[in-house]
Design a protein around this ligand. Structure first.
Ligand SMILES: CC(C)(COP(=O)(O)OP(=O)(O)OC[C@H]1O[C@@H](n2cnc3c(N)ncnc32)[C@H](O)[C@@H]1OP(=O)(O)O)[C@@H](O)C(=O)NCCC(=O)NCCS
Length: 186
């Protein structure tokens, strides 16, 4: 895939922008947050690994396979709220996968839902994708609510879907089509 350029994506409350090295402490806090760790399979992280992760995410953007955004406050782009991402873009299938997390202080205000809707609108219009997918653990109701509020429909349960904390985990799968996004416009 061609290199993905960062678009201008913002609403009244949030803005999506590239991660910066200066965000490393916020990103470390997000990726070591107890709720994130419970629902993710991440190795132990420190600040140096976060700086390498930020560089690695930019290489994925350059080769067109994924794009990761910091979610920041619309009126202060140094106030990091979390992350939203679009990945698995390299198959030429017209599909992409959405992921997200918020810092604990940023939860409960709709920031993740806003970020997913902004990202999805761009993915359908600018990238021409036909379908977005999102998977999460059956024991992650917060993530499932973000998916449904963003317009995704639950499509099924993927049994033994992925390696997880030394075993394997089932996943719920959600799908979003352009018409679903339009039908659930706030
Ligand atoms: C999943 C996660 C991002 C959800 O965070 P969140 O704050 O609940 O999500 P949103 O930002 O969309 O906010 C929605 C909440 O804010 C409330 N809210 C307040 N104002 C709102 C608004 N204007 N619009 C939408 N929701 C609003 C909603 O009622 C909702 O609360 P509820 O779910 O208790 O009903 C968060 O729990 C998280 O970071 N979890 C760890 C990482 C993770 O599991 N990621 C997903 C892996 S698949």
């Amino acid at each position: 895939m061609p290199t993905l350029e960062f678009p201008e994506l913002a609403d009244d409350v949030i803005r999506l922008r590239a991660w910066r090295d200066a965000d490393a402490d916020d990103q470390l806090a997000g990726l070591t947050d107890p709720l994130f760790v419970r629902h993710s399979d991440v190795p132990p992280l420190d600040r140096d690994k976060i700086i390498r992760r930020i560089a690695g995410l930019d290489r994925l953007r350059e080769d067109g396979s994924a794009i990761y955004f910091a979610i920041v406050a619309a009126n202060d782009d140094t106030e990091v709220l979390g992350e939203v991402s679009l990945s698995d873009l390299d198959g030429g299938t017209g599909r992409g996968s959405v992921g997200y997390w918020l810092l604990s202080a940023a939860r409960g205000r709709g920031a993740a839902t806003r970020a997913v809707r902004l990202l999805a609108g761009w993915a359908f219009t600018a990238l021409g994708l036909a379908r977005l997918e999102l998977t999460c653990g059956p024991d992650n109701p917060g993530s499932q609510r973000v998916a449904l509020r963003s317009g995704f429909r639950q499509e099924g349960l993927l049994r033994s879907h992925q390696p997880f904390k030394g075993g394997r985990r089932d996943s719920l799968i959600f799908g979003l089509l352009p018409a679903d996004l339009a039908a659930t416009a706030p």
